[in-house]
Design a protein around this ligand. Structure first.
Ligand SMILES: Nc1ncnc2c1ncn2[C@@H]1O[C@H](COP(=O)(O)OP(=O)(O)OP(=O)(O)O)[C@@H](O)[C@H]1O
Length: 456
């Protein structure tokens, strides 16, 4: 549960009567109060629960009035929970103490004896402020996370896509986990999004994570979040993808590329539907629809000991396979037209057309990088064409479709040769990036970086 949804308030004071009185005042307003009598207990509770606000006294022993214990507690709470609203109270309120507390991170100040109305007003305004803060924090994270939706409309007119669309329609509104398979660039991300948009969760976030590129060291923090101070670089609290996806859909792309140790951690969270931010002992419930995608054959990955069978069973309640673009030839022209219209607008080349010859070349091409490759090839052609028609050569397909002849190779730049080799290897490995990387002697992440660079 996020803080903004919590109505739980922590009160710390050594005096039982004070605790009881505040508890009752808050209860009458619908808040649940947890009372503690010492700073140590306050910190313990904060580790265990999600509070909306903490109201803390400054002095915890009858013979002290310096406020030092309270100020220390204030700092200790701030250290652990940078965003938690903290209201400080004391009977010895002076302007100096109040200023000191605010400087050290208190959000407001309440003087004893207090007036219930003022107490409630302070709590309400802190909650409102905190809600707004959390909301903007969440939005920032979401914006960072959501992939840029470049799609100029979803296109699937071919016969090969018909069963896919029917399946999407029939399963979208269930909560079942879905496994989407298909070569790179066939639109697995687009289909995952389409399922989300057609589900009851569409008003909540669609959060996408590329599981192929997460280094081991940050895996848990990326997925489950972390609390400030959990490790050296954890300068702030971080909301993980599991938490961001609350109420919505979590899309895990390239699941076959996760190392076994990461698979184990993911499986645990999916089985229990519970997780904790790194450095926190507070357990949160995972409430998202799960969609995963891969270009590998997970069954054979399991047989070769590279993918956990129990994880596969957890993920593949329903499987959807996306055919490669070369088996969806009827989709090539509408896709090309839609990309053309996007890029002619973007680069202000309104009258540009695609020549018949270029269309034929596209229909006869293998498209190892599928729709993504088509997209990039049209963008490149729009940018480089000076005439009013895109020619077949402007698409840059020849050197990647067939083997370049040696004279051809002489004319190519190092980058072009690299792109060619990557495409050819991908095509030979039926789009399986893992295998292609191995064949070329590249690490998984180095291979992905190059695929990205060449728009594959
Ligand atoms: N049916 C479609 N209509 C229009 N555009 C599409 C369609 N399918 C895919 N695209 C476009 O093709 C590109 C690749 O799609 P997407 O990223 O979903 O593929 P993918 O299979 O998830 O790729 P990868 O395996 O590399 O993650 C995107 O720019 C997407 O907008």
């Amino acid at each position: 549960m996020s803080r903004s949804q919590s109505n739980r308030i922590l009160i710390a004071d050594d005096n039982k009567d004070v605790l009881q009185a505040i508890r009752l005042a808050l209860k009458s307003e619908g808040y649940q109060a947890d009372c503690v009598q010492s700073p140590a207990d306050a910190l313990k509770r904060i580790q265990q629960n999600e509070y909306a606000t903490a109201i803390i006294d400054l002095n915890y022993h009858l013979d002290t009035t310096s406020g030092q214990e309270g100020i220390q507690l204030l700092e200790d709470i701030r250290e652990r929970e940078p965003d938690l609203p903290i209201v400080v109270m004391t009977a010895w309120a002076t302007i100096d103490v109040a200023v000191e507390c605010i400087k050290r991170g208190a959000n407001d100040f309440l003087q004893k004896p207090w007036d219930d109305e003022r107490l409630i007003a302070i709590v309400r305004s802190q909650l409102r402020l905190n809600d707004a803060q959390q909301q903007s924090h969440r939005l920032r994270e979401e914006n960072r996370t959501l992939r840029k939706n470049k799609s100029a409309g979803f296109i699937a007119q071919s016969r090969a896509m018909k069963p896919v669309l029917e399946l999407v329609e029939s399963v979208a509104d269930s909560d079942a986990s879905i496994l989407i398979t298909g070569e790179n660039g066939t639109g697995k991300g687009v289909i995952a999004n389409l399922i989300h948009q057609n589900s009851g969760r569409k008003e909540s976030p669609f959060i996408s994570v590329n599981m192929g590129g997460i280094p081991d060291g940050v895996f848990e923090s990326e997925l489950f979040g972390h609390v400030k101070g959990a490790f050296t670089d954890a300068k702030e609290n971080r909301i993980g993808r599991f938490e961001l996806a609350a109420g919505g859909t979590l899309f895990l792309d390239e699941v076959a590329n996760m190392p076994l140790a990461q698979q184990q951690k993911l499986l645990r969270a999916l089985e229990t539907r519970e997780f904790e931010r790194v450095g926190s002992s507070r357990t949160q419930t995972f409430d998202a629809r799960l969609i995963v995608a891969t270009n590998a054959n997970l069954q054979s990955e399991v047989e070769q000991g590279r993918f956990r069978m129990d994880l596969l069973y957890r993920l593949n309640t329903i499987s959807i396979h996306l055919p490669p673009l070369r088996e969806r030839v009827e989709d090539i022209e509408p896709l090309a037209t839609s990309f053309l219209s996007r890029y002619t607008k973007k680069y202000r080349k309104d009258d540009l057309k695609i020549s018949e010859k270029a269309l034929d070349a596209m229909k006869n091409y293998e498209w190892p990088g599928n729709i993504r490759e088509l997209d990039h090839s049209i963008e490149r052609a729009v940018l480089t064409t000076r005439a009013d028609e895109i020619s077949d050569t402007a698409l840059g397909l020849q050197q990647s479709a067939a083997s370049p002849s040696s004279s051809n190779l002489d004319d190519m730049s190092l980058e072009e040769v690299e792109a060619y080799l990557i495409k050819r290897t991908l095509s030979r490995c039926e789009g399986k990036a893992n295998e292609a990387a191995k064949e070329l002697g590249l690490s998984r992440s180095a291979f992905y970086r190059r695929m990205q660079r060449y728009g594959l």
